[in-house]
Design a protein around this ligand. Sequence first.
Ligand code: BG6
Length: 514
Amino acid sequence: MGADPIGASPPAPRAGTEPPPPSLLVIFGASGDLTRRLLIPDLFGLFLDGLLPERFAVLGVSRTPYADEAFRAMLRDCARETGEAKFDASRWDDFAAGLHYHSADLEDPGSYPALRERIRSLCAARGIPGNIIFYSAVAPRHYVSLVRKIGETKLAVPSEDLPGFRRVIVEKPFGRDLASARALNREMLGVFHDGQVYRIDHFLGKETVQNLFVFRFGNGIFEPVWNRNYIDHVQITVAETLGVEGRGDYYDDAGAVRDMIQNHLLQLMALVAMEPPNSLDGDDVRGEKLKLLKSIGRVADERVGDVCVRGQYVEGETGGKKVPAYRAEKNVSPDSFTETYAALRLSVDNWRWAGVPFYLRTGKRMARKVSEIAIQFRPAPSLLFKDTECGQIDSNLLVINIQPEEGIFLRFCAKEPGPGVCVRPVDFHFTYREAFGARSTPAYGRLLLDVMHGDPTLFPREEDVETSWTLLDPFLRRWEGDPGHGLRFYPAGGWGPPEADALLQEGRDRWRRP
Ligand code: BG6
């Protein structure tokens, strides 16, 4: 355990109720994509909405040399291009005055005293009382050494010249298997107190994902049917049309299971299936989520092929454009066996869910960008309608659209107007756009705000991460020993390998084509 962060964490008010305390956000790996495309545009969005503290600054740290002005200009261009926060040029300069840059070789211990001095002088200049949030956005192989050096430089603990809190945000992937995740956790907890570590999973910052909670527990009519008696199966899909977008070196070492299933999809599954917590308190919510993750049925090594289909895209077409095969992407090995698609059938071995399959799938270069959770209810007894012209009637379906069309729809049966009885499926639709109009806080922005407030509710804990890896380790072991094992190829622009259909209950369920 690291030094106790005395005075480090003020009691956590719920984010959004009052402005967070002044703070300095130090982003390690600031010349990378994440800072440009997501962190800065989202912070600018918070600034425009008046949600940032008055005394706030960002210090980007990377090896690439930039003067502050050049760093700001680069970020300005990117913020303008990303449509998420409506770019308001007249407010940019006020925001950008708080953006700073420090060039350093983070592997070199000699760089840290100068970095510490820069942090100190920035805090003094901006009137920030030493509250520092570190954001580790460096390549995962540098995490351990970065954390150690922060510890060695005494940056992780409050000091006379830098009092205030210390928090650290760690970008996924948090490890690449159970052993490495444990080792990383050990290193982190050697320097930081557990309450200071925020493992970020940006899906949990999405408005629609948070709404899952309200939808389930804020309404009286869904919980009674939210179980094995009424639900036939659940499909969780996160499909992307994008390929690896210049991240070939990271992705080729990770693959879809590590990149998406271990974190985003398992977290979604936990939110769909968990029991109601006692309160909205971070510990209560995370405790229930962990209980659920722990009740997901373990898959024996020899059964991996029965419950998982993985694939890799070959060339094809998305959005009317020809796209190359995964193996032809930059920084991807030409004979790579890394999966860009994975579909899994999991079970939840508890009283509520016994016997209900949970199907998870994710893929790159799929036909459509869509993230959704589909709850398929059991069919009604169709006795009454079996002799009508429509014969079989569809069962009810509830779909929670996480993106891009944020909303929920419920499919039910209605009588088609006209003589006779013909039953047709129709949909009730709710969309955020129509109901609320306003743009929601983007995911990273929301989570950064939570860290400033010291609210850990939406951040997976060490045990969540390790439990997810425990579940996936048999899969990774299977493929490590035999990298091409069961790998199927699918054309870019489709719905993945057809073999994935075999995971579903034979002749009954189908993967949705949203
Ligand atoms: C990231 C993955 O965590 O999530 C990427 O590393 C993926 O590979 C991204 O593209 C998807 O996030 P979103 O919010 O665009 O659906």
